[in-house]
Ligand binder design. Structure first.
Ligand SMILES: [Fe+2]
Length: 79
């Protein structure tokens, strides 16, 4: 399966566990803004950008640790 498709499939399950402000819709909002901004930067690797957006809040139990926790989840997924 393509990395974006498999990431979305995985991420939707993970975001469903979060509070109402960090559901899949949040990723969709961030994706829309990110892709809009990327148009101004034609050298942007869109696959990397999309993966970053998909995983940016993937583990959100505590605000203070959510960045590091999300990185760990992304690393585990990518192995
Ligand atoms: Fe976010």
């Amino acid at each position: 399966m393509h990395i974006i498709k498999s990431s979305i499939q995985f991420a939707k399950q993970e975001y469903a566990k979060h509070d109402k402000n960090h559901q899949w819709g949040h990723v969709q909002d961030v994706m829309k803004t990110s892709l809009k901004l990327a148009k101004r930067y034609p050298k942007t690797n869109l696959e990397i950008l999309k993966l970053a957006v998909i995983f940016h809040d993937i583990t959100y139990k505590k605000y203070a640790t959510h960045v590091d926790d999300s990185v760990k989840t992304a690393e585990k997924f990518s192995r």
